[in-house]
Design a protein. Structure first.
Length: 438
């Protein structure tokens, strides 16, 4: 296994290519020996739809810019730890409550939203984070908070999570991964500890992690390890990338990228589920930018029963008809899993009778069934030949920067806060703006 870069070796001066003022992340320079690629070679290792076992049944999820049902909001870029390969390249900043509310209002006017995610930095450090959650909920939206959990795990502060739950948080996304080994001696122990606390408060939560090269096979183990927690409902996984080099074309960047194809094969072989849909890239409908799975799993036996692409389309159509917008982040309480399994299982078996045996494996152990999701995200990729950056189709995780929707993972390059220099090529900035405003 290839470990992520070691934080401890960066306690001295940062490399020359790093931002000396940035406290939120670790910067990793390219090895001196690596050479730029010529115009005939594009840095592209994106998974293609044809690699999926059910490629003839699955269709890309292509929503209009207006109908994309999610945005992210950054109340602050301050953080209490450093994570390997963090995309936050900003100076520390804390927006005022009025500024954050204005961004939420603007996001609601630009997209027909189902949910908003609050992230940073570490959003629990914002002095008005509880009021921000209340404001999101006042809009009738789902609210997710992405947190590293350090306030609880290191500082013993459970009160901030209790306040956020009372304010209406629908799901916490807990970010604890291999890029934090300098913070947590035992990653699984840290996860179990905060998950036990959130279970006690009966609030849904998922795990977010950065997946490093040669660790793709870890996904099924992580999912099965935490399935015993009744309110744990899924994983959001981003493939690691040195974000400071996103607009560069070097052969070493290809070699250092983890593989979505490898993650897909690991999920397929160990969990026996197929994606319900995928999000294409902004440049090619056949490129897989997000893999999205919805499935039931039994925490005792490990048996699974996936939602098919056909049923997923039916559910989305029904939701849109009933609610007037697309769904993004609905939660399911443990008490609803049983009835949902029976209903979804009967529909799946009616469409494909051969799946009855897989369904019966879960129905035979009803007390331990869970409903989970997996989302695997590809980082933006630079096409050196055409001088374009491939991003996710209409970027569901876009944030608001200087009055415009901007992909959150590269916002610091496209529309940096304060007076920092724009590092993205001007034609790339124009192309991304045009795509998000279609």
């Amino acid at each position: 296994m290839v470990a992520p870069p070691d934080f401890r070796r960066h306690r001295g001066a940062l490399p020359a290519t790093s931002c000396a003022r940035c406290r939120c992340c670790i910067r990793f320079p390219l090895p001196p020996a690596c050479s730029p690629l010529g115009s005939s070679f594009a840095v592209r290792s994106v998974m293609k739809r044809r690699e999926l076992a059910e490629h003839d049944r699955i269709a890309p999820q292509k929503l209009s810019a207006r109908d994309t049902p999610h945005v992210t909001i950054e109340p602050n870029t301050t953080c209490n730890i450093r994570c390997a390969y963090c995309y936050c390249v900003e100076d520390e900043a804390i927006k005022t409550l009025s500024e954050v509310k204005a961004e939420i209002d603007l996001a609601c006017s630009l997209r027909n939203l189902d949910a908003i995610s609050l992230l940073g930095g570490e959003p629990t450090l914002h002095p008005d984070i509880v009021e921000i959650v209340r404001y999101v909920k006042s809009k009738g939206l789902g609210c997710m908070v992405l947190t590293n959990g350090v306030a609880f795990l290191r500082d013993g502060d459970e009160a901030i999570y209790e306040k956020l739950i009372h304010a209406g948080v629908d799901r916490f996304m807990v970010h604890i991964d291999a890029g934090q080994r300098h913070v947590h001696a035992d990653l699984d122990a840290a996860r179990h500890r905060i998950f036990d606390m959130l279970d006690a408060h009966r609030v849904n939560y998922g795990l977010t992690l950065t997946l490093y090269k040669d660790q793709e096979h870890e996904l099924p183990r992580v999912i099965r390890t935490f399935a015993r927690h009744p309110y744990f409902d899924g994983i959001l996984c981003t493939l690691a990338f040195p974000w400071e080099h996103v607009f560069e074309a070097h052969r070493s960047l290809v070699d250092r990228r983890p593989s979505m194809s490898a993650a897909y094969r690991a999920i397929q072989s160990e969990l026996h589920v197929e994606p319900a849909t995928y999000l294409p890239s902004s440049t090619d409908d056949e490129e897989v930018a997000w893999l999205m799975y919805f499935y039931f799993v039994n925490a005792d036996t490990g048996a699974t029963f996936g939602i098919s692409s056909r049923l997923n389309r039916m559910m989305k159509t029904m939701f849109r008809t009933l609610h007037g917008h697309e769904f993004f982040a609905e939660t399911m309480k443990p008490s609803s899993v049983g009835p949902a399994l029976v209903g979804a299982g009967l529909l799946e078996v009616a469409m494909q009778p051969s799946r009855v045996s897989a369904l019966m494996k879960l129905l035979g152990h009803p007390g331990a069934n869970r409903f989970h999701y997996i989302v695997v995200q590809q980082a933006p990729m630079f096409d050196a030949e055409h001088h374009k950056v491939q991003i996710c189709w209409h970027c569901p995780d876009a944030t608001i920067r200087k009055g415009e929707l901007t992909p959150v993972c590269i916002a610091g390059h496209l529309r940096p806060l304060h007076e920092r220099r724009v590092t993205a090529p001007p034609d790339v900035v124009r192309d991304i703006r045009a795509h998000l405003q279609e």
